[in-house]
Design a protein around this ligand. Structure first.
Ligand code: NZQ
Ligand code: ZN
Length: 388
């Protein structure tokens, strides 16, 4: 196992009827900005409930944070934070609203051009570069990204998606009430299952470092997602299935399973380009790219692929190659069983677009991906060809 630091200060308030905790954890004298998305939280009455709970606090609202939140939208919220002296933000939404809120929180008192914060990539933005960070909490409406308990955000700017990371970007608290997610369309639930699955796999499917705890927790998450995936898509109000999805998605990217192990974020990096170029949902891009990564990197990932085949899919018979083939096939079939297509051509993107994706990867400096940084643009090209 590698050395590691682990830090995660986010308070999780999980279960039914937890909205009332907002009153306990938002300072009583705060001026609050509620951030939300395109309208689902308004329509369901959730933002009104939150406002009622905030009681006598002074409250402003900022709606319209779109999926894959755009810098230009967030800048408008930053103006409100500055002009109204907002001192607490409450994000009510999925990964996009939470990520957008993280950026608003970090950038509101930043002295320079906020676009500079998009240039750090996976390097953490230090506290002293930021000025006063506006604290925020979240009410999660979509289980998928893990953003509710981590310190990362992904912000869209021009034709790119840019990671923004900082120890200052952890939510103070997150309310995880599975019943709030019952209104999700099936396609978003399926996307969420796949996002959580692939987050887990990108911290697991590398090379062995004898990290038994991390491996076993990751395997528990994968098995849970396989067990409840179809149920939670087809039975939106099945509380137990949804509760297990919510906690799996949070656990998949709150840092715990990534401690002390190699990580390979290739699928996410290529997937982000597909979203930015063609508007394909985040979860769908992962369903397209991940099986192709396993196929193209089967030599580098051989030992873990065999472990995955045996422990997750219980494949006992056949040669090692056959076991790996079957494990990859079962992974694709699992995604498809949730109603998500796993080939790029099925999203009306054909092979003639591969050079455009490669150009974007190059423009964003994503030329040495993987757990060993040996994944060149040529290999990304092979992955995209395999994903067609
Ligand atoms: O905007 P509204 O009207 O709220 O509708 C949203 C949106 O259209 C809808 N929705 C959310 N909760 C709902 C609901 N509809 C009905 N009922 C509810 N309870 O769902 C749609 C998608 O929402 P979005 O927030 O975009 O989805 P998701 O949570 O999958 O977030 C995706 C974003 O997160 C980033 C992605 O790149 C993408 O921008 N990621 C963030 C990560 C992180 N911070 O750690 C890691 C991830 O890998 C990911 O990259
Ligand atoms: Zn993701």
């Amino acid at each position: 196992m590698f050395n590691f630091d682990f830090y995660n200060p986010t308070r999780i308030l999980f279960g039914k009827d937890r909205l009332g905790s907002i009153d306990k954890y938002v300072p009583t004298d705060a001026t609050v900005l509620i951030t939300f998305g395109g309208g689902s939280a308004k329509k369901s009455g959730l933002t009104d409930k939150v406002k009622t709970i905030l009681g006598k606090r002074k409250v402003y609202e900022f709606g319209g944070i779109e999926p894959n939140p755009h810098y230009e939208t967030l800048i408008k919220a930053i103006e409100i934070v500055r002009s109204k002296n907002i001192d607490f933000i409450l994000a009510v939404g999925g990964g996009s609203v939470i990520d957008g809120t993280k950026f608003i929180s970090l950038a509101s008192n930043y002295k320079g051009d906020p676009r500079e914060l998009l240039k750090y990539g996976f390097r953490h933005i230090p506290f002293d570069a930021l000025g006063k960070v506006v604290p925020f909490g979240t009410v999660l409406t979509l289980p998928a990204t893990g953003s509710e308990m981590n310190n990362g955000a992904v912000i869209s700017y021009e034709h790119g998606k840019f990671p923004v990371m900082s120890e200052a970007a952890f939510p103070k608290f997150s309310i995880l009430d599975p019943t709030i997610t019952f209104t999700l369309p099936k396609v978003q639930v399926a996307n969420g299952v796949i996002d959580a699955f692939v987050h887990t796999m990108e911290q697991y499917m590398t090379f062995p470092v004898d990290a038994k705890v991390q491996d076993r927790i990751a395997e528990g998450l994968l098995q849970t997602l396989i067990e409840i995936g179809q149920t939670t898509v087809s039975e939106p109000e099945n509380y137990d299935a949804r509760a297990n999805l919510v906690w799996s998605a949070t656990m998949a990217l709150n840092g715990i399973i990534g401690t002390g192990v190699p990580q390979d974020w290739t699928t996410h990096m290529i997937g982000h380009e597909l979203t930015a170029l063609f508007g394909i949902d985040h979860g769908q891009t992962l369903a397209i790219i991940f099986p192709a990564v396993l196929e193209v990197r089967r030599i580098q990932k051989r030992a873990k692929l065999l472990q995955y085949a045996e422990r997750i899919w219980h494949i006992k018979n056949g040669s090692e190659e056959e076991k790996i083939d079957l494990a990859i096939q079962k992974t694709s079939e699992f995604f498809e069983s949730l109603g998500v297509r796993t080939h790029l051509s099925l999203y009306n993107v054909n092979a003639d677009k591969i050079p455009v994706v490669i150009e974007q990867l190059k423009a964003h400096g994503l030329t040495a991906l993987s757990e060993t940084q040996d994944l060149t643009l040529d290999i990304s090209q092979k992955i995209l060809e395999r994903a067609m």
